[in-house]
Design a binder for this molecule. Structure first.
Ligand SMILES: C[S@@+](CC[C@H](N)C(=O)[O-])C[C@H]1O[C@@H](n2cnc3c(N)ncnc32)[C@H](O)[C@@H]1O
Length: 399
């Protein structure tokens, strides 16, 4: 039996067994637990709890029947409030340790901490449908994911009609419970598209990047704005939290300013910023996303945004107009050295940095803070009950 000291950044309990740091799944601080070691090397051990001897007051019964084996969630055994505390502490620790930043963090809660995901990616292996077990390629068969929206779960039971043995399936849904389904497989797929479309609101089915049925894109609505989204374009998985990010953009963009939205996806933040800005430049590397952005500009009757296809680090250098505000919403890898240097050559008065990885955020802020002051810091619970967290940092150029 061991006593758990604290949680690591993946939500695992940390303890020491024979002086070796040990990470235990499903263990909470101060709990005394029995355990089974699943991995051991010179530096650390991993294991799982077999019996809880002394239970934490923060523990709740995880509602998902697959929670113990599925690698998707890691915080369902905590109360929702405590998951937020964990995320706040995690971002605080990372920013303090790697960037010496100790700003106050404001929390944006998820109004629907279950059934929020508008996109679910599943594996089919040897006919079994599910997710990979944490850190393995073993399938955990599931019939439902509590994080996904209801219409996605309703569709899961009918995936069998495709008669697939091995495949990757991504299901997206929109504001109107319509579905866009993308399948990657080497199998011969059964053409059951029309039958399925009678049972579900299917807008399109894409097989191996080719349109098999309907359309390869659909329309979503967030905060009264319309967005066309192609099956392979990025779109935030949680529209309620995306709406909260829109409110921050609306507040932080000042009237008549020139804005660049780097890594703009289908143009969401650029279009929101265009309501107040004089001119907006949106930059994105995926061609389909830029095609969506151009349609989105028209659908939202916006005429002060220029969408540019290409690498943000290169395009930003080519903009001749003086840029006042840069919105930075990069992938998990954060800013490349070149992108960061090119932003610092422009030195806009305002930066809005949206990040889905606090480690790369801390790395980039450690450089940016030499020239910018952080005026506000938020974490938004975009990915409830997982250890992932979205951070939004507002920065002002130092005098
Ligand atoms: C986190 S998403 C943000 C999208 C958008 N801001 C939104 O809220 O929907 C990051 C986007 O950056 C794009 N991207 C990745 N690398 C890029 C690069 N080097 N230059 C421009 N865009 C890039 C991705 O395709 C993706 O659409």
């Amino acid at each position: 039996m061991v006593k758990v000291e604290k949680l690591d950044h993946y939500g695992r309990g940390i303890t020491y067994i024979d002086d070796k740091i040990t990470f235990l799944n499903n263990a909470l601080p101060n709990e005394e637990v029995k355990y089974k070691i699943t991995k051991s090397n010179n530096k650390f051990q991993e294991g799982k709890v077999t019996k809880i001897i002394t239970k934490s007051k923060k523990r709740v019964e995880p509602p998902c029947p697959f929670y113990d084996i599925c690698g998707g969630c890691s915080l369902q055994h905590l109360t929702y409030e405590k998951t937020l505390e964990f995320k706040k502490q995690k971002v605080q620790e990372i920013l303090s340790r790697y960037a010496h930043i100790n700003e106050k963090i404001n929390i944006i809660k998820n109004p629907s901490p279950y059934q929020y995901r508008n996109k679910l990616s599943l594996k089919i292996k040897d006919g079994k449908i599910g997710f990979y077990e944490a850190k393995t390629h073993k399938i955990v068969e599931i019939t439902k994911c509590l994080l996904a929206k209801e219409e996605i779960n309703n569709f899961l039971k009918d995936l069998k009609y495709f008669e697939l043995n091995n495949a990757e399936v991504t299901i997206r849904s929109n504001y109107n419970q319509e579905l866009l389904i993308a399948i990657k497989t080497k199998d011969q797929i059964t053409n059951c598209y029309k039958q399925l479309a009678k049972l579900h609101k299917i807008v399109g089915i894409i097989v191996n990047d080719k349109l098999a049925y309907g359309e390869d894109k659909f329309i979503d609505i967030v905060d009264h704005k319309l967005f066309q989204v192609s099956y392979n374009s990025f779109f935030q998985v949680n529209s309620l939290i995306n709406q909260e990010i829109f409110q921050i953009i609306k507040k932080e963009i000042k009237k008549e300013k020139v804005v660049a939205d780097l890594y703009c996806g289908v143009g969401t933040l650029a279009i929101v910023a265009s309501d107040k800005a004089k001119q907006v430049y949106g930059i994105e590397i995926i061609p389909n996303a830029i095609k969506n952005a151009l349609v989105n500009q028209k659908m939202n009757k916006v005429n002060n945004v220029n969408f540019c296809l290409g690498d943000a680090k290169d395009i930003i250098k080519k903009i001749k107009t003086k840029i006042d505000t840069i919105i930075i919403d990069p992938p998990r890898s954060g800013l490349s050295v070149e992108a960061l240097n090119n932003i610092l050559k422009i030195k806009p008065t305002d930066l809005i940095y949206i990040s889905c990885d606090p480690m790369t955020l801390a790395r980039d802020l450690n450089t940016l803070k030499q020239f910018y002051k952080i005026t506000k810091l938020y974490i938004a619970d975009m990915f409830s009950y997982t250890y992932h967290v979205e951070s939004i940092c507002i920065l002002k150029l130092l005098n």
